[in-house]
Ligand binder design. Structure first.
Ligand code: 6PG
Length: 482
């Protein structure tokens, strides 16, 4: 703890968990003075020790567990960045700190808050003339420490004030900071929610590709490691591909061999993927790969039921075998994964474009793609393509409609079909790949069977239908057949 009270800190961090502590060190390392608060004094002491070990000037960061001392230490207007769990803890921090603030002070919520909560907080604090900004922070512990992707939105005054600090702390892509004001209201948290939805979709696709090669082709972990390592160098290379390669050959610190086979196959989730799916249905901008990913996490967690069902529900008659050219098939699988990943990003971007209109965020999709290029979990080579798409066509509703972007997906569609027709007879669940392909086939269909659906609706509910040959809405008396 600081022995003498200083009153010159550029920014205050509230919440000294992994993200808060590391972001604090990152900002201090970039030359800003940081004051940090956690009601648990051991967290403040831990941060002070980390600063001693890691910073050339540890005095750049001081920790308190007393709100008044923390507030006094801040330069006016005060900038407070919260990194506390989403939900009630954010409201609790606002409740405890806002009475100490003055008009013109700034609060930034750097957690994964639900965007509707952020809207409410922006409005409530605006009444007190406190500028509130919801900011997505991506990149986990290492990103926070060495350069996260930052997704701020909300009060523009707050952004202008905090900009130098956030730009210094953010990851850099081609020398540009991966941060930019994204839009009004809850724009920052909305973009982070969709980022996480895409994250869920990509993770699901990667795990399906692993299953196809592991259970399907019989590749061992070292062989799988080599495949993913190779894929990191290609057009779908990025953070999730890199960590997958690492995970495959991580040794078990508690025993012999690799850790992966010893990890229980029940996935958890904190909610951001589910929110994305809910939003996509509410706004009618479908995200089926993300929905499949959310569903698979839920199904994976019903381990007891799966164990029972595994004794009752038969799979395909013949056991898994592959007689073809494995190397050639793995290359096809790589292309299929690339195409399905492109479709997943497209679904997320489509949702953002629809939300942009629905909520009047003022999002600039080129900025979103630029901010996602480095530092975040979904960073990949694909973001360069997406940035180009939106640089040229800012209003494009879905990148799948861009000639260059779609050409790359078209090149992979036969590969996706091959992967599905190979893995489905094996009885492997691959809802990410199948929903990606169904989305593709639906999107490209000038004619769908929805005519029959409309007829059914009119039959039982007189819901009316439109005709292809006449204007207007129609209802007919449907006849029952013998
Ligand atoms: C990030 C991550 C981060 C966190 C997710 C995990 O961008 O750094 O998305 O925010 O890891 O919240 O989400 P689940 O617990 O739902 O998988």
């Amino acid at each position: 703890m600081a022995e003498t009270q200083k009153t010159s800190a550029d920014i205050g961090i509230v919440g000294l968990g992994v993200m808060g502590a590391n972001l604090g060190l990152n900002i201090a390392e970039n030359g800003f003075t940081v004051v940090a608060y956690d009601r648990d004094s051991s967290k403040g002491s831990h941060l002070t020790n980390m600063a001693q070990e890691q910073l050339s000037d540890p005095s750049k960061i001081n920790a308190y567990n007393d709100i008044t001392q923390f507030i006094i230490a801040l330069k006016k207007p005060r900038t407070i960045l919260m990194l506390v769990p989403a939900g009630a803890p954010v409201d609790a921090v606002i409740h405890d700190f806002a009475p100490h603030l003055e008009a013109g002070d700034i609060m930034i919520d750097g957690g994964n808050s639900f965007f509707k909560d952020t809207n409410r907080r922006v409005e409530e604090l605006a009444k007190k003339n406190i500028h509130f900004m919801g900011m997505g922070v991506s990149g986990g512990e290492s990103g926070a420490r060495h350069g996260p992707s930052l997704m701020p939105g909300g009060d523009r005054t707050a952004w202008e004030h905090a900009k130098p600090i956030l730009e210094a702390a953010a990851a850099k892509a081609d020398g540009e900071p991966c941060v930019g004001w994204l839009g009004r209201g809850a724009a920052g948290h909305y973009v982070k929610m969709v980022h996480n939805g895409i994250e869920y979709g990509l993770m699901e696709l990667i795990t399906e590709s692993y299953d196809i090669m592991h259970r399907g082709l019989g590749l061992n972990l070292e062989e799988l490691h080599k495949v993913y390592k190779e894929w990191t160098k290609g057009p779908m290379g990025g953070f999730l591909m890199e960590i997958t390669a690492d995970v495959l050959v991580q040794k078990d610190p508690l025993g012999d061999g690799y850790i992966l086979p010893k990890i229980l196959d029940t996935a958890h989730q904190k909610g951001t993927g589910l929110w994305t799916s809910e939003e996509s249905l509410t706004l009618q901008a479908p995200t089926p790969v993300i929905d499949a990913a959310v569903t698979q996490r839920v199904l994976s967690s019903t381990k007891d039921q799966r164990l029972q069902a595994s004794q009752k529900l038969a799979g395909p008659k013949s056991s898994i075998s592959f007689n073809g050219d494995k190397t050639a098939f793995i290359a096809e699988l790589g292309n299929a994964l690339y195409g399905a990943m492109m479709l997943t990003y497209a679904q997320g971007i489509h949702l953002l474009q629809v939300a942009n209109k629905a909520y009047d965020y003022g999002l600039v999709l080129e900025t979103v793609a630029a901010v996602w290029r480095e530092g975040c979990i979904i960073r990949s080579q694909l973001l360069k393509d997406l940035r180009n798409v939106y640089r040229n066509s800012p209003d494009l509703i879905n990148p799948i409609l861009d000639t260059n972007y779609s050409a790359k997906i078209v090149n992979t569609q036969e590969n996706i079909r091959k992967v599905i027709t190979t893995a489905t007879p094996w009885g492997l669940p691959i809802p990410g790949f199948t929903s990606a392909l169904s989305y593709y086939d639906t999107y490209r269909s000038a004619q769908l069977p929805a005519n029959l659906l409309q007829a059914q609706r009119d039959y039982f509910g007189a819901h009316t239908f439109e005709r292809v040959d006449q204007e207007g809405t129609f209802h007919i008396q449907w006849s029952t057949t013998e």
